[in-house]
Design a protein around this ligand. Structure first.
Ligand code: NAD
Ligand code: DAU
Length: 340
């Protein structure tokens, strides 16, 4: 297998490369990443010297760079490269369309030109919009994205589907729920709350804190993608989720309890515009067809994740650079009534 992983320096992409290098020591893995604020090669330090791993710094929107990489004889592509944060998409939608829609199309064109055998588009449950108090997302739930982020992911998905229908490109789309685990950038709920609680800063909870997400340990997402690469039926969508729904306030309270920090740190702030109320995935298709099952329980997964952030304080402190502080001030400053 000669595998191209795009966005491999990000949270899930780097976990995926580490996972695949353990599972397939003979596979050739090329990591192509633009190294935006979310990309961090430190995550891959343990494999960077391996002969079967290489890194190319390039954007998936760069046709020439993409062509050059594909011309090396790639046979499998897993596309993680994306702008991934909903709050940032509300502040600056254009970069989301550029990478998540146009970048996907550049990859699809190259995949077609070079006749790759599998193109996996890593998508999200957010393309389905929001659930009420009952029901779950299945692969046939209509797309109804509510944020510029989810709309751009849906746009990418539709192009992937169209390249299968029109040109017969062998594709799969995976739609996963919220991931957590090591190497997640501290702008997302779990690492944000851990890092702020550790430094006794207020914890900004949007709205009433009762929005629900379906949490999955990142390694379980990686194992699902591995199965889709090898056994996914061409043209099919697979939903991935851990049957593990929690309200945001439950998550924040769990973190506070485990860190021995007071609930008084919780600060309710103005809600995210267009905030989806509830996500919940029905993983029956991938379970039945490919035999996938998550291996991690939330209770132990969250403990391990908190322990990882405690022992990697230098990792998250280093990436909270000037650019991150600027974003943080823009996102939370006036809502928390303070300058961060
Ligand atoms: P992330 O933001 O941590 O990482 C994204 C990576 O993509 C970074 O390394 C970044 O440098 C790179 N990148 C951004 N623009 C690029 C471009 N134009 N060209 C090349 N590289 C570029 O994101 P993540 O949380 O690891 O998510 C990875 C993928 O999984 C995304 O497609 C996201 O939509 C999807 N997803 C994420 C979750 C989640 O809970 N985090 C859940 C479901 C699906
Ligand atoms: O469902 C999959 C999606 O999960 C992925 O496609 C996205 O890439 C990923 O970022 C994530 O999106 P969410 O918007 O669900 O994740 P986030 O961590 O930003 O927020 C989780 C919940 O926590 C959401 O209801 C908003 C809330 N929240 C978030 C932040 C950052 C807060 O209450 N306060 C915060 O400061």
């Amino acid at each position: 297998m000669k595998l191209l992983v795009t966005g491999g320096a990000g949270f899930i992409g780097s976990n995926f490369i580490l996972y695949m290098m353990r599972q397939y020591p003979k596979a050739q893995i090329i990591n192509m990443d633009a190294l935006t604020y979310a990309g961090n090669l430190e995550n891959l330090r343990s494999v960077e010297q391996e002969n079967n791993y290489s890194f190319v710094k390039a954007s998936i929107t760069d046709k020439q760079a993409v062509d050059e990489i594909f011309s090396q004889g790639i046979n499998v592509v897993v596309n993680f490269a994306a702008e991934s944060h909903v709050d940032r998409s509300i502040l600056e939608p254009d970069v989301f369309v550029n990478t998540n829609v146009l970048g996907t199309q550049v990859l699809l064109d190259a995949a077609r030109k070079y006749g790759i055998t599998k193109f996996v588009q890593v998508s999200t449950d957010e393309v389905y919009g929001s659930l009420g108090t009952t029901g779950l997302f299945s692969e046939t739930t209509p797309l109804a994205p509510n944020s510029p982020y989810s709309a751009s992911k849906a746009g990418g998905d539709l192009l992937v589907r169209a390249y299968h229908e029109t040109y017969g490109l062998p594709v799969n789309i995976t739609r996963c729920s919220n991931n957590y685990g090591p190497y997640q950038f501290p702008e997302k709920l779990i690492p944000l709350m851990i890092s702020r609680a550790l430094t006794d800063e207020p914890l900004p909870v949007y709205g009433d804190g009762l929005n629900i997400r379906d949490w999955l340990y990142v390694e379980d997402h990686c194992s699902a993608i591995d199965l889709v690469i090898h056994q996914g039926r061409s043209g099919e969508v697979y939903n991935i989720g851990g049957n593990n729904e929690r309200t945001n306030i439950q998550i924040v309270n769990t973190i506070l309890q485990q860190l021995g920090k007071p609930e008084s740190l919780i600060t309710y702030i103005e809600d995210r515009p267009g905030h989806d109320r509830r996500y919940g995935i029905d993983p029956a298709k991938i379970t039945k067809e490919l035999g996938w099952k998550p291996q991690h329980h939330f209770e132990t997964g969250i403990q391990e994740t908190i322990a990882w952030y405690l022992s990697h304080k230098d990792w998250w402190e280093r990436i909270q650079s000037g650019a991150y502080l600027e974003y943080s001030a823009r996102q939370y400053g006036s809502r928390l009534g303070e300058s961060l």
